[in-house]
Write a protein that binds this ligand. Structure first.
Ligand code: NAP
Ligand code: ZN
Ligand code: ZN
Length: 347
């Protein structure tokens, strides 16, 4: 076993604290990655505080991981020591079921080994995430980071990037598409950049009037304050696609009326409480509502290459590991522009 150190939470109400644990030895298809940066996703907070239920402790969060490969197993073909690798929200799946065969490992019909707050394929051994010094992962679940990219700004792509790229790609966002992005946080700001890079006309739908200038700077064409009744009226039937990234309870029924005929609302934000919708909000306009979870491994690589080519990188505030609890508090207050990223060398 390998000695590892990181920051963990031990209960829903306790802060993140220094923690020592072990990781498996590097197997023949594994790579060992010294973590350079790890983004802080709102899902880290939901799970650390057990807002979704079923959290397992102690928990080392973090699934927006980039770092340098320091060791590779005997049968590894895709990586060598010195390469830069990225690891997102999952570290394994069955690889045989219909979903895995379609490249949708995140929807594996058997078991997905989540990067943390999950278990390995034995469904027993707990996994631990990227608020740590290193990680050992099967090379099949690591992606290659294109050369010369600023790694702090790449880390958030491993979750926020792929989670927004995947539905935009699936729904064919392109020149002429009208895309609404609800919630301008970590996911939202990447949705804006990626949709704009795909050629779409992007409107940010935010409950924070102070983000107007940022929205434009990030590439949005328009900005609407969702709590402003007048502004909201003008949004009727406006969008082909709305990506909802909001992390807290909010009125999604209202947002359905902003969709054009056959438009689609994609839920990626995961507030804990059930959502309320009126049947007529879907019936009229034959509107659709769907969910989306990250993306498969091949699609994650495709997204990284797309973002490298389009220079669509995250806007980040780099913090030291010891400041991670303060970063959580600031995220809960909406005080982040637009992703906190831990510099793991400060561990
Ligand atoms: P974040 O950076 O904290 O951003 C969330 C945004 O939601 C905020 O910036 C804010 O945008 C909006 N918001 C917050 N509180 C609100 C409220 N009370 N009313 C209305 N809007 C509010 O979070 P994130 O990391 O982007 O994650 C967003 C959500 O996506 C989380 O629930 C997370 O768990 C989920 N997630 C899902 C997946 C997936 O695969 N489906 C992957 C990653 C994350 P404005 O100020 O602009 O309104
Ligand atoms: Zn995430
Ligand atoms: Zn599977």
């Amino acid at each position: 076993m390998l000695e590892a150190k990181g920051y963990a939470v031990r209960s829903p109400n306790s802060p993140l604290e220094p923690f020592r644990f072990t990781r498996r030895d590097v197997g023949e298809r594994d790579i060992r990655v010294e973590i350079a940066f790890c983004g802080i996703c709102h899902s880290d907070i939901h799970q650390a505080r057990d807002e979704w239920g079923g959290s397992a402790y102690p928990m080392v969060p973090g699934h927006e991981i980039v770092g340098r490969v320091t060791q590779v197993g005997r049968k590894v073909r895709g990586f060598k020591a010195g390469d830069t690798a990225g690891i997102g929200c999952m570290v394994d799946s069955c690889r045989r079921c219909p979903s895995c065969r379609r490249g949708l490992e995140q929807h594996c019909d058997t078991h997905v080994a989540l990067t943390y707050n999950g278990t390995e394929m034995d469904e027993k051994t707990p996994t631990q995430g990227g608020y740590s010094d290193h990680i050992v992962v099967d090379e099949a679940f690591a992606v290659k980071v294109p050369p010369k990219m600023p790694l702090d700004r790449v880390a958030p792509l491993l979750c926020a990037g792929i989670t927004t790229y995947s539905p935009l790609k699936r729904l064919g966002a392109r020149k002429g598409s009208r895309v609404g992005v609800m919630g301008l946080g970590g996911l939202g700001h990447m949705a804006v950049k990626i949709a704009a890079a795909m050629g779409a006309e992007v409107t940010v739908l935010s409950h924070s009037p102070s983000k107007r200038a940022d929205a434009k700077r990030l590439g949005a064409h328009e900005f609407a304050v969702t709590t402003d009744a007048g502004a909201v009226k003008s949004l009727a039937k406006r969008f082909d696609i709305i990506i909802d990234t909001v992390s807290a309870d909010h009125d999604i029924d209202a947002s359905l009326s902003w969709l054009s005929t056959e438009g689609e609302l994609v839920i990626v934000g995961a507030p804990p409480k059930p959502l309320a919708i009126r049947s007529f909000s879907l019936i009229l306009g034959r509107r659709k509502i769907s969910g989306s979870a990250i993306g498969g491994i091949a699609e994650t690589q495709e997204m990284l290459d797309f973002c490298a080519k389009k220079k669509a990188l995250s806007d980040v505030e780099v913090i030291a590991m010891r400041d991670v609890n303060a970063a959580y508090e600031r995220m809960m207050r909406g005080d982040v522009r637009y992703r906190f990223v831990i510099d793991n060398s400060t561990l």
